[in-house]
Write a protein that binds this ligand. Structure first.
Ligand code: SAM
Length: 289
């Protein structure tokens, strides 16, 4: 594609076909074309198939296609990705929100929804804001407060941009920088603390190459067994939860037994390890007595 020579001469139907040939994936090509055409959704894009693209739009599509062909993950190339009911800006400063994390958010949401009349929630290591902003978005506006934290100031910049796009629920979100519970005001105790911390063992052979190549290493790795951050959070959580409050963690598929033991040793009750849709251990939860 050559943006300058194509202005006013090529339709989105032709660009979609051409992009599909270049990247070998018609669905991904459609997503690129949707974003490049400025369509708000797939229906709007389909309605515009016979419209001609502007030079700027073709240039944008060109740039995205080049990045995708260089191996960059689709989500970073698009610059946005859906998580539960919200769309989040994402780039290389944050982990790409995963479908299994939607289940972690769902468990935290259910625990927080059961608390009343008001609830205080913390999402530690928020990255793009996926879990914390979903909780703020899905729970009642007048009775929910969510603190989101991260040790990465770059990640928090992305999360702040996502708060700005969240709509009315954004006023219920507070942002704090720092390591795990240290980021939070000392006087606060929470009804629910949720985290998807780094949990990959350093040197793990299981990590997909593109994840290690493109996503922030500070979001992935946690010591020789992948449990360094989970240990820290579980050790500190009882002092920062109100009695009866819940800790909800995303964990690695091979960490269920170890994390169940850590929760029991820290005094949590009703500890449970739940599986994801692939049948793998993925969510650990426990209640402060
Ligand atoms: C696996 S990512 C999860 C991001 C997001 N919560 C999600 O589910 O998509 C882990 C996040 O924890 C953050 N992190 C790493 N070490 C941290 C620490 N010591 N304290 C707070 N956040 C930390 C990383 O910057 C990253 O954003």
């Amino acid at each position: 594609m050559n943006a300058e020579s194509l202005e006013g001469t090529i339709t989105w139907r032709e660009l979609w076909a051409e992009t599909s040939n270049l990247i070998g994936d018609r669905a991904h090509a459609r997503w690129l074309c949707e974003v490049a055409s400025g369509s708000v959704d797939g229906d709007e894009f389909l309605a515009r198939l016979d419209e001609q693209a502007t030079e700027r739009m073709v240039g944008h599509l060109d740039a995205m296609t080049t990045r995708l062909r260089a191996g960059e993950p689709l989500q970073y190339v698009l610059g946005e990705w859906s998580f539960r009911r919200i769309t989040l800006a994402v780039d290389r400063r944050v982990l790409i929100p995963r479908p299994e994390t939607e289940l972690v958010a769902e468990v935290a949401l259910a625990k927080a929804a059961a608390v009343g009349p008001t609830r205080l929630v913390a999402d530690l290591g928020t990255g793009s804001g996926a879990i914390g902003l979903s909780i703020a978005h899905e729970l009642p506006l007048d009775s929910t407060m969510v603190w989101i934290t991260d040790a990465s100031t770059e990640a928090l910049d992305v999360a702040r941009a996502n708060i700005a796009g969240l709509g009315p629920a954004g006023v219920n979100v507070r942002v704090a920088h720092g390591s795990w519970f240290d980021a939070l005001p000392a006087e606060l105790v929470f009804d629910v603390v949720v985290a998807n911390p780094p949990y990959v063992a350093v040197g793990s052979a299981d990590l997909e190459v593109s994840v290690g190549d493109w996503e922030p290493h500070a979001a992935l790795f946690a010591g020789p067994d992948g449990l360094d951050d989970i240990r820290r959070i579980i050790a500190d959580a009882p002092a920062r939860l109100r009695p009866g409050g819940w800790l909800v963690l995303e964990i690695g598929a091979d960490q269920g037994d170890a994390v169940a033991n850590l929760l029991s040793s820290a005094g949590f009750v009703d500890a449970e390890i739940r599986r994801d849709l692939a049948g793998l251990d993925r969510i650990a939860l426990g209640r402060r007595p």
